[in-house]
Write a protein that binds this ligand. Structure first.
Ligand code: G6P
Length: 612
């Protein structure tokens, strides 16, 4: 939510800032702005409502703003409507302090009142303007020392922030501070970069520093100096980012989402390979020992969005294979429920970004309660990855489209590997079955590829659904978990109302919504539940529904019931989600394309949800 990029160095800043922001537009895209200064000159600020394109046009792709030091921002509105006035950067009354911010300042009203009493005036409805003016207030109070000004403001601010600030008295310098909102710093050949996420600066550097919570940094003359809250200097070592820059480009695909859908065979393979050694699962890189796997009596899975759907799927798999009690919770619910937690429990937090505010808060709560925590995370060095006791990194590479596809698929793989290993060390499966499950996992990349090779049929069918008003996804057991993700993919990018229902539950209310022609998609990958779901589909058909079936090759009698069927290859039934989800991702994608919508940046959404 909101993207920040900053640069100070030898090149012109504005084009670098715009380029970086274009990689962060998935974090928010209702307005954008730049502040650039040229040596001792006064800082120039340009803002535009709407997509980044508007800002690029206004600044002649950055060329109209001369200067080698600057800060940029792309916004996802929290306080104050999307408008040019509310867009960042924000500035103090005399232009002394200029800043951009990602996060939410919870006590902004109280701070605003204090500043109003001190004679400050406000032009926007944002909490960011309050933060900038608070820093200005302390800057004037504490002898014009930026670090002291910022740390005094940090002590007063409640909430979350990643801030990048320029001071008129300090040309060529950028100051940053962070609490609970992501921010990285890159250094290369005497140039310094700041970004909310790696893809923004990957083209320029792979040497990044992770700035910790309640820490500050000063970027000047190609070096970074870090400070703690007391203003004392602290040492940090850079980390090498392994993602390649091309991975964050569209590579000829029309949309990032389509590219990322096609990257799934490789992402799944890479994630699998990261824990497979000599034909067995080796969790030593994750840091979980066999004794630990044996000792847990309960697993809690906590996540948001699609990562939560991965949790729902993995619950079935873990329970089935390892006979372990599993509880799945939405992070935003988990953190506010005072439920008794099993002290021998393992809390697994699943998150692509590793920064989702509710997931991070749930992780902290679990740690506070003394439970062991494991993060399944894609972004190396993100907050959840750093704070969890153990991390299983998914190797999806940078995911840019707001609607997740490849990160979701790799999270599933992490969940399967854990389940299979749990099952073996807890004596729930034989060595033979273990080998068999691993062989099935190894077939998944090729099977996913096979589904992708046959995507034209889905494209054709999806194009005909562009005018649908409602779509229902139904399934039982794991097929219900698959339906949840299929339904989310549909609604979030096509804006068609869709719901996922446990097929057996339809009769308890939802079936009254079925009308002539309503599309009902039945997911049937679980043989034991096949006939039951077919019956539920027939019930819908009797009430006028138009049926699509999604099942495995061989179940051809579904054609007696459904008007259109998609088949996926057979796999171990507990891994079926990995295959069945692919046609549903393609469905959502092609319906959105058919409607002419902005697939990668659906309205009102942001990829990284760093506010509650
Ligand atoms: C947003 C994204 C979803 C994602 C969810 C959780 O809503 O659009 O695709 O599943 O956040 O994000 P995380 O980074 O924690 O996986």
């Amino acid at each position: 939510m909101c993207g920040i990029v900053s640069y100070t160095g030898h090149s012109q800043a504005a084009p670098i800032l715009l380029d970086g922001l274009s990689k962060l537009e998935y974090r928010g895209y209702d307005s954008a702005g730049l502040a650039v200064r040229n040596g001792e000159n006064k800082t120039r600020i340009v803002k535009a409502k709407g997509r980044l394109k508007a800002l690029a046009e206004k600044t002649d792709n950055g060329h109209a703003l001369a200067g080698t030091c600057g800060i940029g921002h792309t916004r996802w509105a929290t306080h104050g409507e999307p408008s040019e006035t509310n867009a960042h950067p924000h500035t103090s009354d005399n232009g002394n302090v200029v800043g951009v911010h990602n996060g939410i300042i919870e006590n902004y009203q109280e701070l605003k009142n204090k500043l109003l009493r001190k004679g400050y005036e406000f032009y926007s409805s944002t909490d960011t303007e309050v933060a900038v003016k608070l820093i200005d207030y302390y800057y004037k109070k504490y002898e014009h020392t930026p670090v002291d000004a910022i740390n005094h403001a940090m002590v007063r601010i409640r909430g979350s922030y990643a801030l990048a600030i320029m001071f008129q008295d300090y040309p060529g310098e950028i100051y940053v501070a962070r609490k609970d909102s992501p921010m990285i710093i890159g250094v290369e050949n005497g140039d310094c970069y700041v970004a909310s996420d790696v893809p923004a600066i990957l083209k320029y550097t792979r040497n990044v520093y992770y700035i910790g919570n309640l820490e500050m940094a000063r970027l000047a003359n190609g070096t970074v100096t870090f400070y703690n809250l007391d203003g004392d200097e602290i040492e940090k070592k850079p980390t090498q980012i392994k993602w390649d820059a091309e991975a964050a480009e569209k590579a000829g695909y029309e949309h990032f989402m389509l590219k990322e859908i096609h990257e799934q065979p490789k992402a799944v393979q890479d994630t699998l390979n990261s824990v497979l050694k000599d034909g067995a699962i080796d969790l030593s890189s994750v840091g979980l020992t066999e004794e630990e796997l044996q000792s847990f009596s309960q697993v809690y899975i906590v996540a948001c969005g699609s990562a939560y759907h991965v949790g729902v799927a993995c619950q079935y798999v873990l329970e089935d294979l390892a006979q372990l009690p599993v509880r799945v919770d939405l992070a935003s619910e988990f953190r506010y429920r005072s439920m008794p937690l099993d002290p021998n429990g393992l809390v697994i937090v699943i998150s692509q970004s590793g920064e989702t505010a509710d997931s991070l808060a749930a992780l902290r709560l679990a740690k506070k309660k003394g439970l062991k925590t494991l993060g399944i995370v894609n972004v190396v060095g993100s907050s959840i990855a750093r704070e969890a006791d153990n991390v299983f990194y998914t190797l999806a590479g940078p995911e840019i489209a707001v609607a997740t596809t490849k990160a979701y698929s790799t999270q599933l793989i992490a969940g399967y590997c854990l389940a299979v290993q749990f099952a073996l060390v807890r004596g729930c499966i034989s060595k033979g079955r273990y080998q068999d499950l691993i062989s099935q996992l190894q077939c998944l990349p090729e099977q996913i590829q096979k589904i992708l090779d046959d995507k034209e049929r889905i494209q054709w069918f999806a194009a005909k659904q562009a005018n649908a008003r409602d779509v229902f996804f139904i399934g039982r057991g794991l097929d219900y978990a698959i339906s949840l993700e299929g339904s989310l993919k549909m609604k979030e990018i096509s804006y068609i109302h869709s719901e996922a229902y446990a097929a057996g539950e339809l009769k308890h209310g939802t079936i009254s919504l079925i009308e002539d022609g309503t599309l009902v998609i039945g997911v049937l990958t679980q043989s034991e539940l096949y006939e039951k779901t077919i019956s539920n589909m027939v019930e819908c058909k009797s009430r006028g529904a138009y049926l699509m079936g999604l099942t495995t090759y061989g179940n051809y009698n579904i054609e007696d019931t459904a008007s259109f069927t998609v088949y996926v290859p057979k796999t171990e039934e507990c891994f079926a989600t990995s295959l069945a989800v692919i046609p549903l991702q393609l469905m959502g994608y092609y319906v959105s394309v058919a409607k002419g919508l902005d697939v990668d940046k659906p309205r009102n959404l942001a990829k990284s949800v760093t506010v509650e």
